[in-house]
Design a protein. Structure first.
Lengths: 55, 245, 247
């Protein structure tokens, strides 16, 4: 299978590639969200500990 | 003893440390298997007799759909555990599931729609499988909406747990809908009593993607769980050590 | 204009009564709650009629928006009637639970020592008697106005009557889940409507078959089955949610 044939997906390219793109985008988004949530939680926790130490 | 292990899982600092240690063991295999599965599905697997190369959507559609059901079940079971045994960590697990479950469900619906367009001639069909999967998406969104609408975390946990448990009846409906009704959606070709109806060359990439997605879910769940646990333990002493590390 | 809702219900159990027979006091308490709800509703007939007026108005909107051709309206009549009934039922739910939660009656029910499940079942029954049953009687009128034949009236009444039982039960779950939420009207709909979709599908199917003159027993039985499932499980879930909200 040549590269152009691969991208054409037997004529179904406009269904197959958006599907894969969507799912991969969803995966990447979830990874980003999860890591951001953890980072935010750590920041919040650090702030809380600092406030408690200050009082 | 078995019970000490179970009780330790309910302890937030233990779970936090355990989750941190386990995440890479799920994340890296997930990444590798995803790449392997994508290559196997897009390049190695043979084209279908009827659908040509268009059937390859199966390698993202079906794993997403399976994950949507698995995530909801995980959410409902951990919500039930949290409600019955009053284990806060279980509620944190349930909370961590919701966004991912909604994403998988949305992905399953859209990829299914893109697959149906060339094969069935329509982007959408009001048939039992599709409608019940859509209801699953509404359930996830309703769960997240309910959680955010209640300020008190404990009450939000327990009220949304009731919703999760009530909605779990949808999961068997989704799975068996193609058997119980004359559905446009095809019947089960993998989970059958007679065994899978697919040749190994097509089935293996599918299973690979499914395992990859499951490992990915585990890694993401553990990450979100750590964030949840941190934000719930307001001023516990163990947080001090974790944060300064 | 404040109104004194001085319909108290003595739902406390005495030790002798609970020792003598545990089943009867629960049923008696449930009957008292039902009677109270009905009596209170009839004191404000305006409020009671609002969901029914809403139903009438909504069903009127469709021929104005789609087409006045009866032959075409007949096709959408079951759907229109059912969606309007569903939305009207949702509206009435708010009245049912909101007031009792605000003035502490619900808390009294939970603290009374009576089975909260039975008391909430009684409240759901009052919701059906005040909203579902009248809707089932109004539905054929709306359907006739949308082109349904006279012969379909019994089928329409039966399907909406049974379906609205299921809707009241599902709505009870939604209402109990959103008790502690401010301005929960939209969230209540978001939670209840997806759960009500199976009832809508089968109920509308039964109504549609009745209008077409076909045998509508199969979908009617399915709606009945959902209603029976709801009767056994919905009050339990609602009671659990109410207790959590009141903590």
């Amino acid at each position: 299978m040549s590269v152009s044939e691969f991208f054409a997906m037997g004529g179904y390219a406009r269904y197959v590639w958006p599907s894969y793109a969507l799912v991969l985008a969803a995966i990447v988004l979830n990874i980003v969200w999860a890591r951001r949530a953890l980072k935010r939680a750590r920041l919040e926790a650090r702030r809380r500990v600092a406030m408690k130490d200050a009082t | 003893m078995a019970w000490t292990w179970f009780h330790r899982l309910g302890s937030p600092p233990y779970i936090y440390a355990l989750a941190a240690r386990l995440t890479p063991w799920f994340a890296w295999p997930a990444a590798v298997l995803t790449i392997v599965g994508l290559y196997a599905g897009l390049v190695l697997a043979p084209p279908d007799y009827q659908q040509g190369d268009g059937y390859r959507i199966i390698y993202v559609h079906v794993p997403s759909a399976w994950m949507s059901l698995m995530v909801y079940t995980t959410m409902a079971v951990s919500a039930a555990i949290g409600l019955i045994w009053r284990i806060k960590v279980a509620h944190a697990v349930a909370a961590s599931c919701a966004a991912m479950g909604a994403t998988f469900t949305f992905a399953a619906l859209v990829t299914g729609s893109l697959w149906g367009a060339p094969m069935w001639g329509t982007y959408w069909e009001w048939d039992p499988r599709l409608v019940s999967e859509l209801i699953l998406l509404f359930l996830f969104l309703g769960y997240m909406g309910l959680r955010s609408a209640i300020d008190d975390v404990q009450r939000a946990d327990r009220i949304s747990a009731v919703l999760a448990i009530v909605g779990v009846i949808n999961v068997p409906i989704i799975h068996f809908s193609v058997e119980w009704w004359n559905s446009l959606h095809q019947t089960s070709s993998v989970f059958r009593r007679a065994g899978p109806a697919m040749p190994m060359s097509m089935l293996l990439p599918l299973l690979t993607m499914f395992v990859a997605f499951t490992l990915m879910f585990a890694a993401l769940l553990l990450t979100r769980l750590r964030a949840e646990v941190l934000s719930r333990e307001r001023s516990a002493s163990w947080i001090r050590e974790v944060v300064s590390a | 204009m404040t109104e004194i809702r001085n319909e108290t219900v003595d739902t406390t159990t005495t030790s002798e009564a609970s020792f003598a027979s545990t089943a009867t006091p629960a049923l008696a308490a449930a009957r008292l709650v039902l009677a109270r709800d009905l009596r209170l509703a009839f004191r404000r007939p305006g409020e009671m009629l609002q969901p029914l007026v809403f139903f009438a108005i909504v069903t009127t909107l469709f021929p104005l928006a789609i087409t006045p051709e009866l032959s075409q309206l007949r096709v959408v009549a079951p759907g229109v009637v059912w969606v309007a009934a569903l939305l009207s039922s949702l509206l009435a739910l708010e009245f049912l639970y909101r007031e009792d939660a605000h003035d502490g009656t619900l808390e009294q029910y939970a603290l009374s020592g009576q089975s909260l499940t039975w008391l909430l079942f009684a409240k759901t029954a009052s919701h059906w008697l005040l909203t579902g049953l009248p809707l089932a009687l109004m539905a054929p009128i709306a359907a006739l106005a949308l082109g349904a034949p006279m012969s379909s009236v019994p089928g329409i009444v039966a399907s909406v009557a049974v379906g609205s039982i299921a809707l009241s039960l599902i709505g009870a779950i939604g209402a109990s889940l959103t008790l502690g939420v401010r301005r929960s009207g939209v969230l209540l709909s978001i939670l209840t409507l997806p759960l009500a979709i199976p009832v809508l599908i089968f109920g509308a199917s039964a109504t549609s078959r009745a209008i077409a003159g076909e045998d509508y027993s199969a979908p009617l039985y399915l709606v009945g089955a959902i209603a029976v499932l709801g009767i056994t499980l919905a009050p339990l879930a609602a009671a659990a949610a109410v207790r959590i909200s009141l903590e």
